[in-house]
Design a protein around this ligand. Structure first.
Ligand SMILES: [Fe+2]
Length: 167
């Protein structure tokens, strides 16, 4: 900790190297968490695209396709950001599902239950992005912060669109 009487200008907190390692680790963990959650939500949204039924089939089938395509591209951005930080990006269904905070869903849900489930997942992912953003800001990792801010905005907007369908 920097002494209150020190005159050394400090833009970033004066962490010890152990603290820096921990903070860097939290930043990476936050990005991996968002990647894993994005993967599970991508997979669920694609499954709902295949299995949705009912009078809203055409519009929900198309809406879910738009959403899973967006999530697929986001996964690539998140994984490549982790690589930019010189860390191996987790991949494969077992590793990513194991890391994710989101639950799997049953294909037998009715259309509105699918919308409700996706809306809750996008809100959950927005909150994971918010946490990861704080970790990125702690290490002044503005590149990750920018990506996480974009992801946060997208998940909030998607949650709003899905919630609007439920009213
Ligand atoms: Fe399709």
């Amino acid at each position: 900790m920097q002494s209150p009487t020190s005159t050394t200008p400090s833009i970033t907190p004066n962490h010890s190297s152990t603290q820096e390692g921990e903070i860097h680790g939290k930043n990476i963990a936050g990005l991996k968490q968002v990647l894993a959650d994005t993967y599970v939500l991508y997979s669920k949204t694609h499954g709902f695209h295949w299995n949705v039924t009912g009078p809203l089939f055409t519009s929900l089938h198309a809406l879910f396709m738009e959403q899973y395509n967006e999530l697929f591209e986001a996964m690539d951005e998140l994984a490549e950001r982790i690589r930019v930080l010189k860390v191996e990006a987790p991949f494969g269904p077992t590793a990513l599902s194991g890391l994710s905070s989101l639950s799997d869903a049953s294909a037998s849900l009715d259309a509105m239950a699918m919308v409700r489930e996706l809306e809750a997942d996008h809100r959950q992912l927005a909150s994971q992005c918010q946490e990861a953003l704080v970790q990125a800001q702690d290490v002044a990792d503005e590149g990750s912060g920018d990506l996480l801010t974009q992801r946060l905005r997208t998940h909030q907007k998607t949650a709003w669109k899905l919630a609007s369908l439920l009213q």
